[in-house]
Design a protein around this ligand. Structure first.
Ligand code: HSE
Length: 431
């Protein structure tokens, strides 16, 4: 029998118990042995009342009861956060226990320590639920695409922001109302500013890129910008005038050995597959040198999708534990000593959507285009919205590919002119 301890039995933990009970027969067939959750730990006493009758005697409130139980082979860590979770995971390793976690913040911030320690103690840590909820993207990237050199990853990795952007675009819903709905549906983080500011996506792309490029890419090395400043006006102009949809994209690309990695609202052509990923859904578009383009789509959050990923890890690991091969080879193949070069956002070259707000007077356009030209930014399309005679008008431009630092310098100069009536808005475009 494979004996499991569960630490943190909130929404996802309870989903895990439900799946194990519902599919016990097929799970055990896949593992080749009985699988049992023998201890469940949560600090909240009321969790015990919510447990199915058979688990009530397995309940405890001190996680050390799980980690000190010599019979337990595998620990499922679902406490969230980083400090306490790190303590739990590292202590589980010291006790020779394998770990399944959904904790993206923990993994992305302590990647090196976690994998080095796991190796040292001859144990494994699986983390399918940390990115993309129910989408098996970790396995796809780590195993399914193992024959490839990964060229690029484009991900819609956050359900909350995708839901908000979809509601703004499809129903012209204000940002705040869409956020309230996302929280009600249960996919926002406890602190939704992590979703909105792109921090959740940054953790997730850090994990995907670290697997793809074989070296830890720290969240602090990843440029992240959220959707808090996106206006309905820009979403509608982008769609109606230029055929672009706005998505919060996490992007990682291998540019001849230098890694370009960033999270920000991005305009993508409405013909791109990623624009059909709406509401709380996530998708990860990965290009490998042999497989070409691949895409993985599904529910990136929520109780049962996340539990699905956790249980699939439990099955995989339990099979290895039962066959006494778990920990003999590492799960993720990465080199803690390999250093890779991360491209600074200032050096990134993309197309831009730019909206100026200016007075409507002769010479305005030539002033703007002159400054853009001086900074090597070339204009592909230009449009003035609104009726003449108004004191402030939006002028929208799509640029050819330009270097971020050149665009920023040009915008700063333009914003300082008397013709500029409010701060210029820009959104990067992904081709
Ligand atoms: N808060 C996340 C999201 C879910 O909105 O996608 C868990 O990763």
């Amino acid at each position: 029998m494979v004996k499991i301890g569960l630490i943190g039995c909130g929404t996802v933990g309870q989903g895990v118990l439900r799946i194990i009970e519902k599919h016990r027969a097929s799970i055990e067939k896949r593992v080749g042995a009985p699988v049992e959750i023998v201890k469940i730990c949560d600090v909240k006493r009321k969790v015990m009342d919510q447990l199915p009758a058979k688990y009530k005697n397995s309940f405890c409130r001190d996680y050390r009861e799980v980690l000190n139980d010599p019979e337990i082979d595998l620990v499922i860590e679902l406490v969230g956060g980083t400090d306490f979770a790190r303590e739990v995971v590292l202590e589980a390793f010291r006790q020779g226990k394998h770990v399944v976690t959904a904790n993206k913040a923990l993994l992305s911030q302590y990647w090196d320590e976690i994998f080095v320690q796991a190796r040292k103690f001859g144990v494994l840590i699986y983390f399918e639920a940390s990115v993309g909820g129910g989408i098996p993207v970790i396995q796809a990237l780590n195993d399914g695409l193992a024959a490839n050199k990964i060229e690029s990853i484009l991900g819609i990795l956050n359900g909350t922001t995708n839901y908000i952007l979809t509601k703004m675009s499809h129903e012209k819903m204000p940002f705040a109302k869409a956020l309230r709905l996302a929280r009600k549906l249960g996919f926002a983080e406890r602190n939704p500013s992590l979703d909105i500011k792109g921090i959740d996506s940054r953790h997730k792309i850090s994990i995907l890129a670290s697997i793809a490029f074989g070296s830890w890419i720290k969240p602090s090395e990843i440029y992240a910008e959220g959707i808090q400043k996106i206006s309905l006006q820009d979403i509608l102009y982008a769609e109606e005038e230029f055929g672009y949809a706005v998505k919060l994209l996490a992007i990682a690309k291998d540019d001849n050995g230098s890694i370009e990695i960033r999270v920000h609202p991005t305009m993508i052509n409405k013909e791109h597959l990623l624009t059909s990923v709406n509401n709380q859904f996530n998708a990860i578009y990965i290009r490998g040198d042999a497989a070409g383009e691949t895409m993985y789509y599904g529910q990136g959050a929520g109780q049962m999708p996340a539990a699905s990923a956790v249980v699939s890890d439990v099955i995989d690991l339990s099979r290895n534990i039962f066959n006494k091969i778990a920990g003999t080879i590492p799960y993720v193949h990465y080199d803690p000593y390999k250093k890779i070069k991360i491209k600074n956002i200032a050096e990134v070259i993309v197309k831009y959507y730019i909206r100026f707000t200016t007075v409507d007077k002769p010479g305005v356009l030539s002033k703007i285009s002159g400054i853009l030209g001086k900074h090597h930014v070339s204009i592909e399309a230009c449009l003035q919205k609104g009726q003449s005679g108004r004191r402030r008008v939006p002028i929208i431009m799509i640029t050819h590919k330009a270097k971020e630092k050149d665009v920023m310098r040009a915008l700063q100069e333009i914003d300082n002119l008397a013709i500029s009536k409010s701060k210029t808005v820009y959104i990067r475009i992904e081709e």
